[in-house]
Design a protein around this ligand. Structure first.
Ligand code: XMP
Length: 541
C-alpha cells in the first residue's frame, strides 16, 4: 500500500513537473514578444523600415549592428538594413550573425542581402550598369510566400552600386530585374530571405505587402502593436517603475509633452505634477488658452508666469546662441524653483520620442548617438538628482499623435505645428524687448488664424513670423512711416531635417499682408520667405 502511495506520489510529482514545465514554456512563449529587431548598418532609410513595420501594427526596435544592448532571444524576427558601406570595403561592418542566421526568420535588405552572400561563400562585386531608381520584379519562384499578393512586374526601388555576382550553393534566386539577376533570394532550409531593393521606400509599390509577407506569414509575428495596446502596457510599466513616487513634468503646450502627461496622469493621477512655464515668448494668448485646456483635461498642472524674469535675462542679448542659452538656463532656474516646492519628488518625466534616441551608425567612425539637445528639458542640473521617465521614448511622432487620439486628446491640440522651445526669442532677430514681443505676437496671430480660416493650417508642417531688425520706409495716408519689416515662413517637411517653402495662394498672402500692415502698429512691410532647407534653416536664428 505504502509502495503504491509512493509510486502515486512519484507519479504525481512527475505530473507536476510536466505541468510546471508546460506552464513555464507557455509563459516563455507568451513573453517571446512580437518584437522585430532591425540591425542598422547606417542606411538613410533605416528609420523608414521601422516606420513601415510599425504601420503593420508590429513593434520593432532599431539597434546599431555592433550594439551590445539587445538580447536576440527577445525578438521574433530580424531585418538587416541597407548601408552606405560596400561589403568589399575594409571598414565594413562585420557583425556575428551566428545567433540569428538560420535560427530566427531573417530578411536582408540591400547591404543586408549582399552581406549574407559575401560572408557566406558567395561573391559581391561592383555592378556594370546603374542600379538606382525604378526597376520591375520578375519572379523566378512566383509561389514563394515572400511574394504573396504581389504581382509579377511590380515596381521596386533600387539604390546600390555593388551587386551580387555569385550566390553560395544553398541560396536560391526567387526574383530578378532587368539589370539585377539576384534581386531576391531565399536560403534553402532556412527562413532567411534577402532582397536587393528597398521595400521601405514609397516607390517600391508593394514594399509594405512584402514586409507583411515576411513578418506575418513567414515569421508569424503578431500584429498587436496598436495605440490602445501601447497605452495599456505603458500605463502598467509607468506604475511599476515609479510606484507611489511623485513625478514632475514640464509641459510645453506641444504634442509630445501633452501626450506624455496624459499617459502619466492615467498611470499615477495626482502624483504627477505638471509645470507649464510662460517664458513670455509664447504665441498670443497661448499661455492662458493652453493652461485652461490642460486644466479641463484634469491634469494636475501649475502655470508659472515668468515672462518678466525671462525678458530681464534677455536684455541686450542679440546673438542667437546666447539668447538660446539665456532662455534655456532661465527655464531650468524657474523649473527648479517650482520642482523644489513639490515635497519629495523623485522623478522627472520627459516627452522624448524615438527619433531623438535612436543611435545612428556613422559611416566613418563607430556608432554615434544623435540626441537633439535643444528638445525637452535636457540639461537639468545634477543636483536635482531626479530619475528620468520617458513614456514616449520608443515611438515615432505620428504614433504619438495616434496614442494621443486613442486617449481622447483634442485633435486640434494633436495637430498643432511644432514650435521651438525658445519661441519668439529666436524669431525676433537681434535683441528682444516687450514691445517687439507684442508686435510679433500680433503678426503671428493674424498669420496663423488666417491659415486656419483658409483651411491651409493642416497642409503646412510649420508656420510662423519673423521680426526683422530693420526698418523700412512706407507711406500710410499722407504720412511717411519708418517701421519694422516682418517675414512670414510656412514650410512643408516630415521631420524638420529638410523642408521646402509652401506655395501659399497669392490671395491669402495678399489678405494676410493687408491685415498685418493695417492691424499691427509698428509694421509697414511684409515679405514671404521662399527659401528651402537646406541651404536655409526653418528658423531664421
Ligand atoms: P531649423 O531652424 O534648425 O529648425 O531648421 C528645425 C526644427 O527645430 C526647431 N528648432 C528648435 N526647437 N529649440 C527647440 O525646441 C531650439 O532652439 C530650436 N531651433 C530650431 C524649429 O522650430 C524646427 O521645427
Amino acid at each position: 500500500m505504502l509502495g503504491l502511495r509512493k509510486k502515486y506520489e512519484i507519479c504525481n510529482n512527475n505530473n507536476n513537473y510536466i505541468w510546471i514545465s508546460i506552464i513555464l514554456i507557455l509563459v516563455l512563449l507568451l513573453q517571446m514578444q512580437n518584437k522585430v529587431l532591425i540591425l542598422d548598418f547606417g542606411s538613410q532609410f533605416t528609420q523608414l523600415i521601422a516606420r513601415r513595420v510599425r504601420e503593420l501594427n508590429i513593434y520593432c526596435e532599431i539597434h546599431p549592428y555592433n550594439s551590445e544592448k539587445f538580447d536576440i532571444d527577445n525578438y521574433s524576427a530580424v531585418i538587416l538594413s541597407g548601408s552606405p558601406y560596400s561589403v568589399r570595403s575594409d571598414q565594413v561592418p562585420h557583425p556575428d550573425l551566428s545567433k540569428i542566421k538560420g535560427k530566427k526568420p531573417l530578411l536582408g535588405i540591400c547591404y543586408g542581402a549582399q552581406y549574407l552572400v559575401h560572408f557566406f561563400g558567395g561573391n559581391v562585386g561592383s555592378s556594370n550598369s546603374r542600379e538606382y531608381g525604378r526597376a520591375n520584379l520578375s519572379f523566378v519562384d512566383n509561389t514563394n510566400e515572400l511574394f504573396h499578393h504581389i504581382e509579377n512586374n511590380s515596381q521596386v526601388w533600387m539604390s546600390h552600386s555593388d551587386t551580387i555576382i555569385e550566390m553560395p550553393d544553398n541560396y536560391k534566386v526567387i526574383a530578378s530585374t532587368d539589370d539585377v539577376k539576384n534581386a531576391a533570394y531565399k536560403i534553402i532550409d532556412e527562413e532567411t530571405y534577402a532582397i536587393q531593393f528597398h521595400p521601405e521606400v514609397y516607390h517600391t509599390k508593394d514594399g509594405k505587402q512584402l514586409l507583411e509577407n515576411f513578418l506575418v506569414h513567414i515569421a508569424k509575428v503578431k500584429q498587436d502593436w496598436t495605440p490602445d495596446s501601447f497605452v495599456e502596457s505603458t500605463v502598467k510599466a509607468i506604475r511599476e517603475k515609479v510606484g507611489n513616487d511623485k513625478v514632475v513634468l514640464g509641459l510645453s503646450g506641444g504634442v509630445d509633452s501633452t501626450v506624455a502627461a496624459v499617459l502619466l496622469d492615467k498611470a499615477i493621477g495626482k502624483n504627477l505634477y505638471c509645470i507649464f512655464v510662460n517664458n513670455g515668448l509664447l504665441r498670443k494668448n497661448e499661455y492662458e488658452n493652453v493652461l485652461d485646456q490642460y486644466e479641463h483635461m484634469g491634469l494636475n498642472v501649475k502655470g508659472v508666469n515668468a515672462s518678466d524674469r525671462f525678458l530681464e535675462k534677455l536684455k541686450g542679448l542679440s546673438d542667437p546662441e546666447k539668447k538660446r542659452k539665456a532662455i534655456g538656463n532661465t527655464f531650468i532656474e524657474v523649473f527648479d524653483d517650482e520642482a523644489h516646492l513639490i515635497e519629495d519628488v523623485k522623478w522627472l518625466a520627459q516627452g522624448t520620442i524615438y527619433p531623438d534616441v535612436i543611435e545612428s551608425v556613422s559611416v566613418t567612425g563607430g556608432p554615434s548617438a544623435t540626441i537633439k539637445s535643444h528638445h525637452n528639458v535636457g540639461g537639468l542640473p545634477d543636483y536635482m538628482k531626479l530619475k528620468i521617465v520617458e513614456p514616449l521614448r520608443m515611438i515615432f511622432k505620428d504614433e504619438v499623435r495616434r496614442v494621443g487620439k486613442s486617449m481622447g486628446i483634442d485633435p486640434e491640440l494633436l495637430g498643432r505645428h511644432p514650435y521651438p522651445g525658445p519661441g519668439l526669442g529666436i524669431r525676433i532677430l537681434g535683441d528682444i524687448t516687450a514691445e517687439k514681443v507684442r508686435i510679433l505676437q500680433e503678426v503671428d496671430f493674424i498669420f496663423i488664424e488666417g491659415l486656419k480660416k483658409w483651411n491651409l493650417y493642416n497642409d503646412v508642417w510649420q508656420a510662423g513670423a519673423m521680426l526683422l531688425p530693420v526698418n523700412s520706409v512706407g507711406v500710410m495716408g499722407d504720412e511717411r512711416t519708418y517701421e519694422k519689416v516682418v517675414a512670414l515662413r510656412a514650410v512643408e517637411s516630415t521631420d524638420g531635417m529638410t523642408a521646402d517653402w509652401v506655395d501659399l495662394p497669392y490671395k491669402f498672402l495678399q489678405e494676410t499682408s493687408n491685415k498685418i500692415i493695417n492691424g499691427v502698429k509698428g509694421v509697414n512691410r511684409v515679405v514671404y520667405d521662399i527659401s528651402s532647407k537646406p541651404p536655409a534653416t526653418i528658423e531664421w536664428e
